[in-house]
Design a protein around this ligand. Structure first.
Ligand code: ATR
Length: 273
């Protein structure tokens, strides 16, 4: 039987998800389709009714609905309730189950490259929605500690409290207080939106080395200033597109119950750049 999927959000016209998932369906000859569906803020309830009426099999959720979507779920996966935001929903006969595949998506490149998180000292820059899923990932993989640096200190403090409740040693600082301290960390992640518009990175990466892992969650452009600075120090790089791909792979597997065709999905994603 044919299956249908969607991504909902606003704006949605630049979403790469339809390309990635359609490529996966083609690769495995699945009778499935995937569309982008714009649902403006304030119209989520009606939008979901519409999706249920057409018997959608599953959908991804992006800005601005990831948190509000929680209240329309009938069942909630453990990671999703921990993070308090949902990015993937399955629909079985009208019963909506919510998942958050951002954490697994974030962790996927570490697994693929066999990079260790256990015992690592982590610097996380940013304290927004994406940062929360990342903190959950570092807690799960037992990092030694995390320093959360954010422009707005209160948000870093609140995220570090969350980190502590899930067993991760955490501290919060303002970005300007970590300007030259990159060399003290094993893993450095940019989880701010800085770089999307080709801005300079918010910190310098002098003193890091070829064992430091530098991860930018900004995926467009691929080579942000932050990534360029990491390359100049010969660090191990993880690109934002790898997280995007990781969360899509996980969503595919939840919906289809079979292994996702990683390479076909990667090719479709990179072709869209
Ligand atoms: P997302 O869901 O992608 O995490 P978000 O919740 O809006 O998006 O979070 C954006 C992050 O980028 C925040 O950490 C934000 O810092 P503030 O909490 O101080 O707003 C950060 N950010 C955005 N623009 C920034 C800038 N110009 N300099 C530093 N940090 C910035």
């Amino acid at each position: 039987m044919s299956k249908s999927f969607a991504v909902i959000g606003d704006p949605i016209d630049h979403s790469l998800s339809p390309n990635i998932h359609s490529a996966a369906f083609r690769e495995l000859d699945l009778d499935s389709s995937y569309i982008a569906y714009r649902i403006p803020k304030g119209e989520l309830a009606e939008g979901i009714e519409g999706l249920k009426k057409i018997k959608i099999d599953g959908f991804n959720i992006t800005i601005p609905h990831k948190v509000e979507m929680m209240k329309y779920l009938d069942k909630i996966d453990e990671t999703c309730s921990l993070i308090g935001a949902v990015n993937t929903v399955s629909n079985k006969d009208g019963v909506l189950k919510g998942y958050n595949t951002d954490m697994d998506g974030f962790l996927e490149p570490f697994k693929k490259k066999e990079l260790n998180i256990k015992g690592a000292k982590v610097l996380l820059i940013g304290a927004g929605g994406a940062a929360r899923a990342i903190v959950a990932g570092f807690a799960k993989e037992k990092a030694d500690s995390i320093t959360i640096a954010n422009r707005t200190l209160e948000k870093a403090v609140s995220l570090s409290k969350f980190a502590k409740t899930i067993g991760l040693d955490a501290s919060a600082v303002k970005i300007e207080d970590i300007k030259d301290s990159a060399k003290n960390y094993d893993i450095i992640v940019n989880a701010t939106s800085v770089g999307l518009k080709n801005e300079s990175s918010v910190i310098e990466l002098d003193g890091i080395n070829e064992k430091t892992i530098v991860y930018d969650i900004v995926y467009m452009p691929m080579n942000t200033d932050f990534i360029k600075k990491a390359k100049a120090q010969k660090a191990i790089i993880i690109y934002g597109y790898e997280m995007l791909l990781g969360q899509a792979v996980r969503a595919f597997e939840i919906w289809q119950g079979i292994e996702a065709p990683y390479n076909a999905m990667k090719k479709a994603l990179l072709g869209g750049f």
